[in-house]
Write a protein that binds this ligand. Structure first.
Ligand code: ZN
Length: 136
């Protein structure tokens, strides 16, 4: 599949404002965007570290994916996202290789990226996202 880099690491938090204070005040990173992704029932906050982002995820609905994750596992790393070129063909290739996909076709994620998730059963327990920025 050859990802070009780690696009972001998604971290589930119970309180976005408190988490932002830590990332800004202690780590010294700058939150450059806060965005609600209604489709995913999350509010996100972004920090740039080199060419990789930290994506904090706060649930807006206990029944949403992050709400359920927080209830089951608590705060922590939720997923890792690899940047790829030509996401459609990458998804087709993964499917051919027998990798279980959560999204067989890309959908819109935060920051307007095209994203798709691979099932953790096929990725050694790590919820894996692949994404492509088609605007650049
Ligand atoms: Zn993500």
């Amino acid at each position: 599949m050859k990802p070009t880099h780690i696009e972001h690491i998604g971290i589930a938090v119970t309180n976005l404002d408190e988490a932002i204070k830590y990332y800004e005040g202690i780590l010294g990173l700058k939150c450059y965007a806060v965005e609600e992704v209604k489709d995913q029932k999350v509010k996100t906050a972004f920090f740039m570290v080199g060419q990789t982002k930290i994506e904090l995820l706060e649930s807006t609905d206990p029944e949403g994916p992050i709400g359920k994750f927080l209830e089951k596992r608590g705060e922590g790393i939720h997923h890792i996202a690899f940047a790829v070129n030509d996401i459609e063909s990458k998804l087709a290739g993964l499917q051919e290789k027998g990798i279980k996909l959560i999204d067989t076709t890309p959908r819109k994620g935060a920051e307007g990226l095209d994203i798709a998730f691979l099932h953790p059963k096929s990725t050694f327990g790590v919820l894996t996202e692949i994404c492509e920025n088609k605007k650049k």
